[in-house]
Design a protein around this ligand. Sequence first.
Ligand code: SF4
Ligand code: SF4
Length: 331
Amino acid sequence: MNTARSLLNDEWYERYKRISKLNIRSSIYDLTNRCNLRCKGCFFFSSNEHLVREERDLDAWRAFVDSEKARGVNVAIIVGGEPTLFLDRLQVFYERIPTFCATNGLIKVPRDRFPDMMVGISLWGDSEDEKILRGRDTFSISLNNYEGDEYTYYLYTITPKQIGRTERIVRRIRDAGLKVHFQLLSNDEDVDDFYWTPEKLKAIRAEMDEMLDRYPDTVVSSKYYHEVLTTGRMLGREWGWMECPSVTESFDNRNPKPKRLIHFIHWGADLKTQHRCCTSATRDCRKCYDGAAHMSWVMVNKRAHMVSSEAFQNWVEVYEMFAKLYRYIPW
Ligand code: SF4
Ligand code: SF4
């Protein structure tokens, strides 16, 4: 039987050892139903995940986070709506558990209250695309808010219209002393001209690879991740509902059950409702380009990658990418 030691040379084995002991149990939390934007294609609003009641009592949030910790969760991924609209709730998490905050970056997380909280800023392209999809150019504002912040990266959701235009954005992020990670737009609200085709996916894969080669200190990614995300294939298997690892435990009626995130739940802001998965409750899984879900797909399938040195190195790189994004290891 192949082992990590037999598949990896000394250098790769050291890299493997750095990440092999991480025991990550994440879940996702909607902090609020409100947002200061209404992006076309936002999965949260388009799948009506905002229609649950919103818990306002901070003691209820405190008890909830404690119960999540008791359930074994050791990293809380805070989404929304827009979490920065409710900093007191965010602080409840931050004081209790390693916390990652996804934000549109329009409001700066005050670093005196959250000195080392990881922040991921959503970015949907250059100002032209952002004005179409989000109603305004958020990039300049978020760059200004977070310039030089060592606990922040951009989650750049690349749209089909960004092909040939990503480098300018990557450079601006580099010049601001920040990092960037890529995923692709899923176009949940069918905006014209924002659909992926096989040709466009091929082109953006090559472009993401090129950005990683040219800006390795800024782009946090891996070529294997680009391949899996753009082809929807991993080790000959096809992406979709039957493979997705990021399904809420109570919704997981699949048979056979795939490898999945252990005890993963996406909670609504009422602290009672559970949503189907890490993104949209209504999205057609075949058209899902969620980056975290694809990354997790690779990560939970460790054994399947232990078939060759190359396949297992690919697995190590994707795991490292995740570990960097959550600062388990340095950038
Ligand atoms: S900023 Fe995020 S939560 Fe708000 S509308 Fe846009 S995608 Fe949705
Ligand atoms: S929409 Fe995406 S993340 Fe959700 S279950 Fe389907 S494939 Fe998984």
